[in-house]
Design a protein around this ligand. Structure first.
Ligand SMILES: [Mg+2]
Length: 376
């Protein structure tokens, strides 16, 4: 036996010893596709259809553009995704253009995550969702090769995953009531604010339930004194924190608000990459990590470590996206204070089975990689 054949044999032996993936499945696909030892990236647009119109302080929409991505390596497929809510500035066109420049065939070892993702990041600035799609697919691939989900590879305890909040958007009173009924299985509600009827919305919910509420103002308040008044009112209504109360550019005003607020102030729109954490330490009490902003799991994990060292609160969130990216984010959830992982529940055409919410809590599937299975 030559050395290469021996190494391949030894590798498959290792997979067989530790993996829930069927070895015969690997064997079959390995026979079908000639082993190249190269990663092959492919992608296609996939429009997400929303169950309800999504009304935020600044716009409303019924679909979200999305690109589905896969990396194939020796017959094993890793899945990834880029979801592009319009306010982040990426589009199907920009993501497809970015991905067309990614050449993974230059790497012989998919385990060199640091080197591969550094290269992807260097191709062009921004393009965070596009970069995340490659990161997620790479993590899925590697987890499948190792036969383990990422929460296990990171050494996390899945029972520490928090409750997830369920979003009640800005809407007419009767629709808000209907959404509160729909949100029955969830222990935490999230309310999107930023219009004139904010208090009315919270009052309607409080007539129906006393479950804690996370508030997301989506940059909707531009007067710091009014914002503080609102936060004091929300504090009395059993709210947990306020996400992005003021426009992201209003840094001094947000720092003032944080100093006077009795609820934690969390950065969402203001916060994208790991470098922002240092800049916002002292301005916000915590950060909302989303894979479409962080460029994926690799940087998100580093963000958690840095934010913890700075004694900041951490929330893991998502965009409206399929179970692919939401389940990938769930792998990190045992490390965070709050989870807002309901993006997959808001769409009508999910392609994957993955994360489950059991008794309101994030439940990570026991599948290798990011934990998803393609169903469509
Ligand atoms: Mg938010």
């Amino acid at each position: 036996m030559d050395r290469r054949k021996f190494l391949i044999g030894a590798g498959l032996g290792l997979i067989a010893a530790s993996s829930p993936i069927s070895l015969s499945a690997i064997g079959r696909s390995a026979k079908r596709s000639v082993k190249s030892g190269k990663m092959h990236l492919s992608y296609s647009p996939y429009e997400l259809k929303l169950r309800h119109a999504f009304n935020l302080a600044k716009y409303s929409r019924t679909t979200t553009p999305d690109v589905q991505v896969q990396i194939e390596y020796d017959g094993i497929i890793g899945y990834g995704e880029a979801a592009m809510p319009p306010y982040l500035g990426e589009s199907v066109e920009s993501v497809m253009k970015f991905l067309s420049k990614v050449d993974l065939s230059q790497f012989n070892d998919p385990f060199r995550i640091e080197e591969i993702l550094e290269y992807v990041d260097s191709i062009e600035a921004n393009n965070r969702a596009a970069k995340a799609s490659v990161d997620i697919a790479l993590h899925d691939l590697l987890g499948k090769i190792m036969g383990q989900p990422w929460y296990k590879i990171w050494g996390l305890s899945p029972e520490k995953a928090p409750n997830t909040s369920f979003t009640i958007g800005i809407d007419k009173a009767e629709i808000v009531r209907q959404k509160v009924i729909e949100a029955e299985p969830y222990k935490v509600l999230k309310v999107k604010m930023g219009l004139d009827n904010d208090k009315e919305l919270v009052e309607i919910i409080r007539q129906m339930t006393d479950r804690p509420i996370c508030v997301d103002a989506n940059q909707g308040w531009s007067d710091k004194h009014k914002a503080l008044e609102m936060i004091e009112w929300l504090y009395d209504k059993n709210c947990l924190f306020v996400e992005q109360p003021m426009p992201k550019e209003m840094i001094d005003e947000t720092a003032w608000l944080r100093e006077h607020s009795n609820l934690p102030i969390i950065a969402d729109e203001a916060f994208q990459r790991i470098g922002d954490i240092k800049r916002f330490h002292g301005v916000y009490d915590g950060i909302n990590i989303k894979l479409m902003k962080s460029t994926g799991l690799h940087e998100a994990y580093k963000m958690v470590t840095l934010a913890r060292a700075l004694d900041m609160k951490i929330m893991v969130g998502c965009m409206t996206e399929t179970s692919c990216a939401v389940t990938a984010a769930a792998q990190l959830s045992p490390l965070v204070d709050w989870a807002d992982l309901d993006g997959n529940l808001l769409i009508a055409n999910d392609r994957f089975d993955g994360i489950k919410i059991v008794n309101g809590r994030v439940t990570i599937p026991d599948r290798p990689g990011i934990g998803v299975e393609l169903i469509v």
